[in-house]
Design a protein around this ligand. Structure first.
Ligand code: FPP
Length: 244
């Protein structure tokens, strides 16, 4: 069956289950318009809302978005503070808007370094939406792929030392269970707009066999039609996972 959301249909049976997005190009979007970078981030947050709701409507199960990396602390203090305020606002808003649309919201990353207020809001939004049955929106905040792997290794070593975990049991399935994405299918499709061609420390463990899709559009300009374009492209690919 096809999904009639666009001029050209997409095949509903071959949808990627998990899509991950590196939301890049907010700064350039603003610069082009002579606006402060903060205006680009604000517009980018609106794009997340739109893409999340649309993904839920068309039957995507999981959407993981890169909102703040472990490296983003290097940005000027004013920009970091603005992004944190925007995240807080987004989570509060999500309680009203996205929860009503049956969306589950979770945050992945090392949240201990975030303010007490944001941590409490994360807990509140996650609790409020946990029994919804629609799309899961994973927001990566203070997330780094290497940091996630180091964290997993530390916990595995500790479980070997103190909790009777046998070293022979350490394999990729066990590693996956120590990741923030525990229990989730690895991303089928990773999208990076804005013209950069790299993963930038995003989902390093989980992206082993993900299909990658790049475009020159800055994130605030990314439309539902662009998402369908990426999905259609994905549906043409042959995933072999190392086989033939
Ligand atoms: C990259 O654009 C974007 C970010 C570092 C932050 C992404 C954040 C948002 C889309 C909004 C906040 C998120 C939520 C969940 C409310 P850039 O600033 O690196 O752009 P540039 O490369 O053009 O400078």
């Amino acid at each position: 069956m096809g999904i009639n959301k666009s001029k050209e249909k997409i095949d509903a049976s071959g949808l990627p289950e998990h899509i991950a997005i590196i939301m890049d190009g907010n700064g350039r979007w603003a610069q082009k318009r002579g606006l402060p970078r903060s205006a680009g981030h604000r517009a980018g947050a609106q794009t997340i809302r739109k893409i999340t709701e649309f993904s839920n409507e068309i039957g995507i199960k999981v959407l993981t978005v890169y909102a703040f990396s472990t490296e983003n602390w290097k940005r000027p203090e004013g920009e970091v503070n603005f992004l944190m305020d925007l995240l807080l606002e987004f989570l509060k808003d999500a309680e009203r808007q996205l929860a009503g649309k049956n969306i589950v919201i979770k945050v992945i990353g090392d949240i201990k370094l975030l303010s007490e207020e944001i941590q409490q809001q994360i807990h509140k939004t996650e609790t409020l939406t946990q029994n919804n049955s629609g799309l899961l929106l994973n927001i990566a905040i203070n997330y780094g792929g290497r940091d996630e792997i180091i964290n997993a290794v530390k916990r595995i070593v500790s479980d070997v030392q103190y909790s009777g975990l046998n070293i022979e049991e350490v394999d990729e399935y066990l590693m996956s269970r120590y990741m923030y994405t525990k229990g989730l299918k690895d991303p089928d499709l990773i999208i990076r707009p804005s013209g950069e061609l790299r993963l930038s420390n995003f989902l390093l463990w989980q992206s082993a066999y993900s299909e990658l899709w790049f475009s020159n559009i800055n994130w605030p300009d990314f439309t539902t039609e662009n998402l369908l374009e990426a999905i259609r492209d994905y549906q043409q690919r042959h995933r072999r996972y190392g086989g033939i």
